[in-house]
Design a protein around this ligand. Structure first.
Ligand code: GDD
Ligand code: MN
Length: 413
């Protein structure tokens, strides 16, 4: 048998645009490639052999011969690219790019997609923190019609194994900021930070991508033409080998990326048709809110009226408000968002939801005062109508933030 000479893919430096059609099959008589999975790497020499082995076994079983694995390494000093290259004999579906001119996770992924032969394009971290088994589920949801299938830490079956409080906080903070700046992009997925997803070529071909830093998924949703999104839960596991490349710089880049997308994409119009609005939940949330108004009124009367307890008004209102919040929480937890809470019934989980709900309601109250004043001073000089509009706006806001932050799947061991 003749030894095949394994060559590296040559580096691309043209604009970051994915061709509409995959490059024609070169020379060899192999099967058409259906799925191309990019593995961006930097300093992953201790992980890459293991990952390639698991991925090959998995995909050989599921779509033998119809996939390719493309390692895009940024000339790692630990020579990850060389290790990957040396494994090309063992794994015929493997291709390797060594980049010397460019650096960065997002551009590495796009460069990989640019040379990809498949019509389904994917990305997975090279450090085994993304469980490979999930790939099959992602592929299946695409087969069933999704345009984009995202592995998410925040849907059923998802979680993080042991992140410290600071990392959780930063991750959530980044998400909230994203929701405020780019609701039409960040709000479409439960885990916008995910770097583990697959997408149809047709959704991102022909557009020039401008990613900054790490978060390539934002770019795909923000600039691509993605209709149906599916999510599959996964647990982000601990790194066994090597180390994370995330530094403060990635947070700055994330901010830049958000602003850039905000300014350059006209997503607002698309939001309406594309977000799958949870109408039922919203109606229940509204009804619960209404019940809270009655609870609040009744308690306020009982506490403050001169014929009853005659407590001071402010004190009465604080107590009444808190009891109403408690009332609303109970209803929302057992009814509105029962799908999520029924799976997280432990006391500490309930307590956590209750505290979040409280905080968000408090924020909502502040927002209410602000919006009321704005509407009253600039739009409608009728306090009751202005208040009604303010309440409507704040209800939507409260609902949405609670949906995204309080009643969601998180803790999974
Ligand atoms: N080519 C290339 N160039 N690859 C890189 C670079 C780079 O500059 N920087 C990091 N990578 C590779 C790493 O080798 C690894 O395979 C993957 O990108 C993720 O990098 P980590 O440093 O391990 O990131 P993490 O563990 O914090 O993961 C976070 O980011 C991921 C990528 O967006 C999480 O948010 C994940 O959910 C997310 O998938
Ligand atoms: Mn990692």
């Amino acid at each position: 048998m003749s030894e095949k000479v394994h060559v590296l893919l040559s580096e691309i430096t043209t604009s970051l645009q994915i061709p509409e059609l995959p490059p024609p099959n070169s020379g060899f008589n192999h099967q058409a490639i259906y799925f191309s999975l990019i593995i961006p790497t930097y300093q992953e020499r201790d992980n890459i052999p293991n990952l390639l082995k698991i991925l090959s076994e998995l995909l050989n079983e599921f779509i033998p011969g119809q996939y390719e694995l493309i390692v895009v390494d940024d000339d790692s000093p630990d020579r990850t690219w060389e290790i990957a290259k040396s494994l090309m004999g063992e794994y015929p579906q493997l291709r390797v790019m060594r980049r010397k001119k460019e650096r960065g996770l997002s551009s590495a992924v796009i460069r990989g997609w640019q040379v990809a032969k498949g019509n389904i394009l994917g990305v997975i971290d090279g450090d085994l923190q993304h469980p490979p088994e999930i790939l099959i589920q992602l592929l299946l949801t695409i087969k069933q019609g999704a345009d984009l299938a995202v592995a998410s830490r925040h849907v059923k079956g998802g979680g993080v194994s042991s992140w410290n409080i600071i990392r959780r906080f930063l991750s959530r903070g980044a998400q909230v900021l994203g929701l405020i700046l780019l609701p039409g992009v960040v709000g479409r997925v439960s885990d916008p930070m995910s770097g583990y997803f697959i997408v149809r070529r047709t959704c991102i071909a022909g557009v020039t991508l401008h990613p900054v830093g790490y978060k390539i998924l934002l770019e795909v949703i923000g600039r691509g033409n993605v209709n149906q999104i599916a999510e599959v839960g996964y647990v982000f596991s601990e790194r066994q080998q090597g180390e994370s490349k995330v530094t403060w710089k990635q947070y700055v880049e994330y901010l830049q990326h958000l602003f850039r997308l905000r300014l350059s994409t006209g997503v607002l119009g698309r939001v309406k048709q594309k977000i799958n609005l949870p109408i039922g939940k919203f109606l229940r949330f509204g009804l619960v809110g209404l019940s809270g108004v009655f609870v609040d009124m009744a308690i306020l009367y009982l506490l403050s009226d001169s014929t009853t307890l005659a407590l001071p008004l402010t004190l009465s209102k604080i107590i009444a408000g808190e009891i109403a919040i408690f009332n609303n929480f109970l209803w929302n937890d057992t009814w509105t968002f029962a799908d999520v809470s029924s799976k997280q019934q432990k006391w500490h989980q309930r307590l956590k939801r209750f505290l979040k709900f409280n905080l968000i309601c408090l924020g909502g109250l502040g927002l209410n005062v602000l919006v009321l004043n704005l509407i009253f001073s600039f739009l409608i000089r009728n306090k009751y109508i202005a208040n009604l509009i303010a309440i409507a706006i704040v209800t939507i806001w409260n609902f949405w933030v609670n949906l995204k932050l309080s009643w969601r799947v998180t803790d999974v061991k």
